[in-house]
Structures are given as structure tokens and as C-alpha cells.
Design a protein around this ligand. Structure first.
Ligand code: GAL
Length: 945
């Protein structure tokens, strides 16, 4: 059997060890390599390993890279299914094979003796030669492999050859939900290994919260001395324990002590974080405090280079996470580039470090043949977890080891856990697939419903072992498209039950790949088998622009909560460790969204888990609707945000809207020249539909219930998709029958029945228009007629206004979009945007951009002329240059082409979002059920400057 189909872990590499740098010489071999892709091993050129082989006609390829993202072959996306026959350990004969060659010289001062060639990641299997000699074969794509090469090196003209196969036996263990793409995708480095140097080390540093003492002992070779100058430690024999007063490390206070490990031959810089992870009383604790995990699942993704993620991009992720109140990361579903974990140490994020393992495709076969229970794969499983733990063991940010993802259960997983328990008892083991928690230390679920979390929180589980473990959701809040909805309710449960310690939203980033004018997803590369846009389910867009989902999540998990209290303003500290001393509290008073005063709020330092109430500041009196917004911001800069970075805010209503003025006299309805005129409005006499307002040509408003379905509306995880039920009912093609247009006297009353073809049910919609000088009042009365099935997408009006009205301004919820179950981040204020800027560019187009709780809004042309709508008291709106139908039909953002009108929706209600794309649907309280509804809107034209 070829090495490609060997289920074992590869061959020839050195035992795994920690990732670290030292003062020993190192040479990066990243850069331009020669490259040739062959459709199969059989078709690959012979003799590539030979030093004399002529590669001058080959292409150049950057290393690190995934070749499919550089014009060689094409990426392919599947979630669960393997894109090849499930015939383990065999792989297709048409196995794309990429030959990589690099000629390199050593620097003049390169020392003789031992040297190690390190590959941080080769996807999926590489055969490696140096100067014609085979070094070995790698498997385990997102894990390092090292080879001893000292005896083979020469000062110049070294030839390094790596033959990479897209598929290998290892591919069966790498069925993660992501792009299939291949290559030497992480760094390649040559490391001189001085005799008497430091081969490996493990800084075992702990913190005793009862005494304030830290302990440190370094497991390493002989004659290594430890120095931690800041702690007065010099020349300390590394292997001997030390105990001394220290400041602990936590994600909130990522205190690291710089030190060195040294022998006569080598110095290794170390950054030591003192912290102790324990499980006690059914809770996961660090330094004695239970954690609340406000986490995300992070895949490594860049829209141009795929899983090749630069240090700058890794830093961008960490900074974005910290700035959005995220405190934890699960490295789904493989160990990340080691640089990422160092950043987690530096800036403070709790990490579940997950092994590179997933065999999900076997689920489609009822798990028959799953490697997790097959002894042929035991060594590969053990090899993978060893390489994970050994590489990352020095990272204080890593608090749990995860065996992998969605590989069912089996003896090989149990063996992995056993190995970890033995090797590193200081960190608990996580694996969601061990449903009985037979070999893991925490109870983990993915996409548990709110009800399930509640049950777990109440400890109503009859599995006694599981019941008594800390509980976390390794995945929840599926962030696909518009959503997730329901995060607030999860937070409430996590806070109610001490054993529920939060979780990790799925997932951090949309894996869209940059294409001409849009981001591509599954199927865009001609894949025969693919899972479409299921790979677009992140809190940030592919270019790392935060989506509304991230803004909502940041608000829901904010570490300080600011709310109204009968005695003033209540400030609750929801940090796990720190007090609020680092924060400055400021207030702004706005009258109808216009600032009238601001100041600093005096708040005593509040301890973690405590709250205080402070009196309201002295405020000037206001007459219109006024809100006091209190914000908590960092007083000085941190490593991850500038001074003034806001972590939390709250709003208190100060004064209500002015009482309505007495209405002026009503104006009459009259007919003239075939038109119906009422105040500033002109109506079509046959349909009663408004056709002009103050000289602006309009169409509508008319009753409208459809929205371009979201991924969650179409989701199949919570019973039959809402979208399917809506379509079946015909809600996307309602017809309007005019019953009467009654235009006598002072009101225009239009009675209609709005109903889908082929159905007996419908909605009566009665519109009553009244003119008060320049304003038109519209009362809408909606009455279901017949047995109305299920929910409605939305309930409101649709209206088209001239395309020149391209600017929007409103007083209400904003600045971003909001939906009933995802609206915590909308504050009341006055906002403005271009109509184009109101769109959220979901990679797969769908309903978006709804502004909620709007008191009034206006849409104007460049001269300021346009249309204003006032709520009575509030409404929701969208404004876009395409119809809901066009939005629904689009597959990529650049399919959306502007009409010559602006389409408005003016709504009284929307169905929530939920997370049925993978998880529970819309919670009952956010479902929109047809019922008798009345609402009022006021329309008027606004003059230009
Ligand atoms: C989970 C899986 C993730 C991802 C997610 C859906 O089952 O662990 O990798 O596929 O579902 O987006």
C-alpha cells in the first residue's frame, strides 16, 4: 500500500515538541518555490527528488499557500459528505499531486551540526526529500512535522522537494466543514539545533488564589536555568519548583512574565502566565473563579488565501474579538497557526485548543466504518493529539484540550483522552461527541435549544456523571446570514444556572472566497457535490467587516450592564475577575436624538459579580422624547484597544414625546381630472392607492407580508422550514382585491382583501386616509379571514418612492439593522445613511437592513426634498433599490441591480430570526402570527432647502 493510503501517522518525523523560538539560528524557507500540479500520482513527473531535476519550466508558487487559490485546480466545499468514495483508507487514483521544489543556500554563519526542518502544516500528505534523501512522509494537515536534517545540509545549493497529495488516508480524519484545499499552507523553517541546547520545555506555572502565590517548574532537559527578572529570579535550575507571589493570568488580566530558559548553548525567551484550571462543584474555574465563556468558534480563513492566515490577520481577529467583548475561542476544528495562540496569551482569550480530527462523513453511513472505533487508526488518533498538546502546552490561554469534532465516539477517542489525562492533568478534556461524558471532563453540546439548556441547568439529567459536570455549548447561535436570533435568551440561561458556563457562537467568519465582484461559496467552483452557502455562517464577513450579528453578540455579552433603576442608574459588573476601576462612565442626554448635554458619571469601583446604583446626574430639562445614554469605556489604552473604547452602554428614558398637538381641521377628499385628491396626496380612484405625495410620484403603501427569506427562514433544523410553509401558503404572491373605494366626505376609505392564489384564506386590509393640512394620516386595519396557517414573514406596508430619494434619516433604533430577537444593539437615537448604506451585504443575499422602533423617518433627495413618515408611535422600515423578490432571487451580492425607485417597507411587525439554519427556530414570543392588527402612520412631503 502506498504511504498515501497508510492510516498510520506518517513516518520519519521527530517526536512532537513545543513550538518556540530561540537564539539559535533559524532560516525561513517561506517564499517563491517551484511548483507543478499533476492530476494524479501516476501522472506526476518521475525523479523530482533528484537534485539535478530540471524544474525551470515549472510555475512559481508562494509558500505557504493552498494551490487551489493560486490558479491550480479549484477549491471545493462540502460540510458533511466526503467528496470521494468512502472506502477507507483508500483515496481516488485521480489524486491531485503538487510537487514543490526549493533551492536554498545557508547563511554564511550557519553552524555545523544538528538542524531541524519544520513544517507547520501540509494539507494533506507530503513526502519530503532534502538533497535527494527522503526525510519522511507527513499526515495530519494542521499539525507540525519536524525532521532531522543536519547531516544532509551543505552551505549552498540545497534542494528541498515536497510532494503534496490532496487526498490521503488522513483525509478521512479531516472532514471538517470547510473548503477542501491543499498545499504547504503554513511556514517552513530550518532551525539549527546546538548541542547542549533546549530541545523541548514545558513551563508548568500555576496560581493559588487562596495564597496569591504562583508556582513554576519547567520540565526540560538537564542544565537549563530559568530567569524571570521581574520576579527577581535568576540562575534558577529550571526543573526545581519555585513559589513566589505573582499576579495571575486570566483572559481579563493577561499578565505575562517575560523570562528566559538558557543553557550554555541556547537561550529561549518564555512568557509565563500563572493560572490554575480546575473543575469543582460542577463548575469550570480558573484561579478559583467560575468562568462565563463568551466565545466564538474560529476557523482560519482569508478570502484570498484560504487557510493561509498571516500574523496580521490573526492579530486582526484577536483585536476584533476583544473589541466585541468576546473572551473565548474554540479553535474549530484543528490547532491554529501557533502565532494565534501567542496572541491569545498576550491579549487575553480563553482557548479550547482542538485537535485536527473530524470524521463526520461517516454519519451519512450510520457511522459504519468510522475510524474512531477502528484499531487501524489508533496510532493516527494518538499521534494527532500528541502533536496538538506538545505543540501548545506552554500557552496559558489554552485551558481545555479538545479531542476533535464530530467523529462520533469510539475507543480511539477514549485512548486520546486517556493520553491527555496522563500527560497534562492540569487541563480538562473536551469532546462534544462523547455524549455520555465517559471520558471527557466537561459536558458539551452543540445547538442545544433554550429548553435543553434550561433542563441541563436545572440538573434534570438522569445521567449522573453528565449532570454533575460543567456545561458549555461548544457551538450555538448559528451565525449564518441574517442572525442569529435568540442570543439574549441563551445569555439569560447561562447566567441563571451556575453549571451553564456559556459557549461559542458558530462561527467567527464567513469562509467566502474573493471572486470578481462578490464572495464565492460552495458550488461556485463547479463542484459536483457541495453544500452551497452553508460555509457562509460567520459573525464577520469574509473581509472581516463585522456583521450585525457580531454587533448584537457584543451587546448581549457586554461585561458591564447599565440599566434604569428606581433610584437612578444601576451598574452591574459581569466580568469574572476584574472590578470596574479601569472604566470611565460618561453620559449623553439627547432630545429627539440631538445632544443637549453630556458629562462624566461618578461610579465607584464595582467588584466582579456586584452592582451599584448611582443617582441620575443633574440634567437640563427637555421637552421632546429624551434619552440618557450611559457608556462605560476604557480610561486608558489596553493592548487591544485605544483609550475610550466602549465596552458597554445602556439607555434610560428621561422624558416622553411631547403630547400631540390638537389636530387641525380635516381636509376634504375631492375628485379632479380622473384623480382622487386628499391633502397632499393623489390616489388612483380605481384602486385607492396613493400615486403622488406632495408632487413625488409614489406607489403604495399597500399591505405586504413577504420578506426575502433568510438562511434561518429556510433552515431545516427546527421542523419544516418557515420559508417552505410560507411559500406553500402563497405568501410570496399575494393578490390585492379592491372591495370598495369610499371617497365621500373627509376620509378616503379603501377596503381590500389580500390573499394568495389557490387559497381560501386571506387578510382584509382597510386603509383609512385623512388629511390634516400638509399631513396625511393612514389607519390600517388588518383582519385575518379564514384559517390562516402558521406564521407571517412580516406585517406592514410596501411603497415605492422616487429613486432620487437616496438619503435616509430617522429617529428610532439604530444605527444598524434589528429584528425582534436580535435587537439589543439598537439604541434610540437619530441616524442618517445613504439608502445604499442601509443594506447589509450578506454574501448570500436575503432580508436585511430593517430599522426598528422608528418614531419618524424621512427619505430625501440631494436638495433635502422628499417624504417623511411618522409612527404612532413607532414602526420598522427598510429602504432598498430592489424588490424583495429580486433580493430573494439573487445568489451573490452583485446580482442586485438598482431599480429606478426606492422600495420602502413600513412595518408593524416582523417574524424573528431564530437559528433554524442549524439550531432552534424562532422562540414562541418572536413568532408573528396573523391576528387582527391596527396601526397608524403619518405621511407628508418635506420641502427642499
Ligand atoms: C456543526 C459542526 C460545524 C459546522 C456547523 C454548521 O455540526 O461542528 O463544523 O458544520 O455544524 O455550520
Amino acid at each position: 500500500m502506498s504511504y498515501v493510503e497508510d492510516p498510520g501517522p506518517g513516518r520519519g518525523s521527530l517526536p512532537p515538541r513545543a513550538a518556540f523560538t530561540s537564539d539559535a539560528p533559524a532560516l525561513s524557507l517561506n517564499g517563491a518555490w517551484r511548483f507543478r500540479l499533476s492530476p494524479s500520482l501516476a501522472a506526476a513527473p518521475a525523479g523530482v527528488e533528484g537534485e539535478e531535476f530540471d524544474d525551470s519550466a515549472w510555475d512559481e508558487l508562494p509558500v505557504p499557500s493552498l494551490w487551489q487559490l493560486h490558479g491550480h485546480g479549484r477549491p471545493a466545499y462540502t460540510n458533511v459528505p466526503y467528496p470521494f468514495p468512502v472506502d477507507p483508507p483508500h483515496v481516488p487514483s485521480d489524486n491531485p499531486t503538487g510537487d514543490h521544489r526549493l533551492r536554498f543556500d545557508l547563511p554564511a554563519d550557519w553552524p555545523a551540526g544538528s538542524a531541524v526542518l519544520r513544517f507547520d502544516g501540509i494539507d494533506s500528505c507530503g513526502q519530503i526529500w532534502l538533497n535527494g534523501t527522503e526525510l519522511g512522509v507527513t499526515q495530519g494537515s494542521r499539525l507540525p512535522s519536524e525532521f532531522e536534517v543536519g547531516a544532509l545540509l551543505r552551505p549552498s545549493g540545497n534542494v528541498l522537494v515536497v510532494r503534496v497529495h490532496q487526498w490521503s488516508a488522513g483525509s478521512y480524519l479531516e472532514d471538517q466543514d470547510m473548503w477542501w484545499a491543499s498545499g504547504i499552507f503554513r511556514a517552513v523553517t530550518l532551525l539549527a539545533r546546538p548541542a547542549g541546547g533546549i530541545g523541548d520545555y514545558w513551563v508548568r506555572a500555576f496560581y493559588d488564589h487562596t495564597t496569591g502565590l504562583g508556582t513554576v517548574r519547567v520540565e526540560t532537559g538537564p542544565n537549563v536555568v530559568l530567569a524571570i527578572p521581574e520576579l527577581g529570579v535568576t540562575g534558577h535550575p529550571a526543573g526545581e519548583p519555585l513559589e513566589l507571589p505573582v499576579e495571575p493570568w486570566s483572559a481579563e488580566t493577561p499578565r505575562l512574565y517575560d523570562g528566559t530558559l538558557a543553557t550554555a548553548a541556547e537561550r529561549v525567551p518564555v512568557r509565563i502566565g500563572f493560572r490554575t484550571v480546575t473543575i469543582s462543584g460542577g463548575q469550570l474555574k480558573v484561579n478559583g473563579r467560575p468562568l462565563m465563556l463568551r466565545g466564538v468558534n474560529r476557523h482560519e480563513h482569508d478570502p484570498h488565501t484560504g487557510r493561509v492566515v498571516s500574523p496580521e490577520t490573526a492579530l486582526a481577529d484577536v483585536l476584533l474579538m476583544k473589541r466585541h467583548n468576546i473572551n473565548a475561542v474554540r479553535t474549530s476544528h484543528y490547532p491554529p497557526d501557533p502565532a494565534f495562540l501567542e496572541l491569545c496569551d498576550t491579549h487575553g482569550l480563553w482557548v479550547i485548543d482542538e485537535c485536527d480530527l473530524e470524521t463526520h462523513g461517516f454519519e451519512l453511513l450510520g457511522w459504519a466504518g468510522n475510524p474512531s472505533g477502528d484499531p487501524r487508526w489508533t496510532e493516527a488518533y494518538l499521534d494527532r493529539i500528541r502533536r496538538t498538546v506538545e505543540r501548545d502546552k506552554n500557552r496559558p490561554s489554552v485551558i481545555l484540550w479538545s479531542l476533535g469534532n464530530e467523529s462520533h465516539t469510539g475507543e480511539n477517542l477514549a485512548r486520546m483522552a486517556e493520553w491527555v489525562h496522563d500527560r497534562d492533568p492540569s487541563r480538562p478534556v473536551h469532546y462534544e461527541g462523547d455524549h455520555d461524558c465517559a471520558y471527557v471532563d466537561v459536558h458539551s453540546r452543540m445547538y442545544a435549544t433554550h429548553e435543553d439548556v434550561e433542563r441541563i441547568g436545572r440538573r434534570e439529567d438522569d445521567n449522573a456523571r453528565r449532570r454533575d459536570l460543567p456545561f458549555l455549548q461548544c457551538e450555538y447561535g448559528h451565525a449564518m446570514g441574517n442572525g442569529p436570533g435568540g442570543l439574549l435568551e441563551y445569555r439569560e440561561l447561562f447566567e441563571r444556572y451556575p453549571n451553564c458556563q456559556g459557549g461559542f457562537v458558530w462561527e467567527w467568519i464567513d469562509h467566502g472566497l474573493a471572486a470578481d465582484g462578490h464572495f464565492a461559496y460552495g458550488g461556485d467552483f463547479g463542484e459536483q457535490l457541495h453544500d452551497g452557502n452553508f460555509v457562509i455562517d460567520g459573525l464577520v464577513f469574509p473581509d472581516r467587516t463585522p456583521s450585525p450579528g457580531l454587533i448584537e453578540f457584543a451587546k448581549v455579552i457586554e461585561p458591564v450592564r447599565i440599566s434604569a433603576d428606581p433610584a437612578g442608574i444601576r451598574i452591574g459588573n459581569h466580568y469574572d475577575f476584574v472590578d470596574t476601576g479601569h472604566l470611565t462612565f460618561t453620559w449623553v442626554l439627547e432630545e429627539e436624538g440631538t445632544e443637549v448635554a453630556r458629562g462624566v458619571l461618578d461610579v465607584p469601583s464595582v467588584h466582579s459579580g456586584q452592582s451599584v446604583t448611582v443617582p441620575l446626574p443633574a440634567l437640563p430639562s427637555t421637552s421632546g422624547e429624551s434619552w440618557l445614554t450611559v457608556s462605560a469605556a476604557w480610561a486608558s489604552a489596553t493592548t487591544w484597544a485605544p483609550a475610550g473604547h466602549v465596552v458597554a452602554w445602556g439607555q434610560l428614558a428621561v422624558s416622553a414625546a411631547r403630547a400631540a398637538e390638537p389636530l387641525p381641521r380635516r381636509g376634504p377628499v375631492f375628485r379632479t381630472g380622473g384623480r382622487l385628491v386628499l391633502g397632499a396626496g393623489e390616489f388612483d380612484p380605481a384602486t385607492g392607492v396613493l400615486s403622488s405625495l406632495g408632487g413625488h410620484a409614489v406607489h403604495g403603501p399597500r399591505l405586504d407580508v413577504w420578506r426575502a427569506t433568510t438562511d434561518n427562514d429556510r433552515g431545516e433544523f427546527a421542523g419544516r422550514p418557515q420559508a417552505e410553509l410560507w411559500r406553500e401558503a402563497g405568501l410570496h404572491r399575494m393578490q390585492h382585491r379592491v372591495i370598495t373605494v369610499d371617497a365621500d366626505g373627509e376620509e378616503l376609505v379603501v377596503r381590500t382583501r389580500v390573499a394568495p392564489p389557490a387559497q381560501a384564506f386571506g387578510l382584509f386590509a382597510d386603509y383609512t386616509w385623512t388629511a390634516f393640512e400638509d399631513r396625511l394620516r393612514l389607519r390600517v386595519e388588518v383582519t385575518p379571514d379564514g384559517e390562516f396557517p402558521g406564521t407571517l414573514p412580516r406585517l406592514g406596508l410596501a411603497m415605492a418612492v422616487p429613486g432620487t430619494l437616496g438619503s435616509a434619516e430617522w429617529f428610532g433604533g439604530g444605527p444598524g439593522e434589528a429584528y425582534p430577537d436580535s435587537r439589543q444593539a439598537a439604541r434610540i437615537g437619530r441616524f442618517s445613511s445613504r439608502v445604499d448604506g442601509l443594506q447589509t451585504p450578506y454574501v448570500f443575499p436575503q432580508e436585511n437592513g430593517n430599522r426598528t422602533a422608528v418614531r419618524w423617518a424621512r427619505w430625501t433627495d440631494p436638495d433635502g426634498a422628499g417624504i417623511r413618515v411618522d409612527g404612532d408611535p413607532v414602526f420598522d422600515f427598510t429602504a432598498r433599490r430592489w424588490t424583495a423578490a429580486a433580493l430573494e432571487a439573487a445568489r451573490h451580492t452583485d446580482d442586485l441591480l438598482p431599480d429606478d425607485v426606492v422600495h420602502l417597507t413600513l412595518d408593524v411587525a416582523q417574524q424573528g430570526l431564530g437559528t433554524a439554519s442549524c439550531g432552534p427556530g424562532v422562540l414562541p414570543r418572536y413568532r408573528l402570527v396573523a391576528q387582527k392588527t391596527e396601526f397608524t402612520l403619518w405621511f407628508r412631503a418635506v420641502p427642499g432647502h
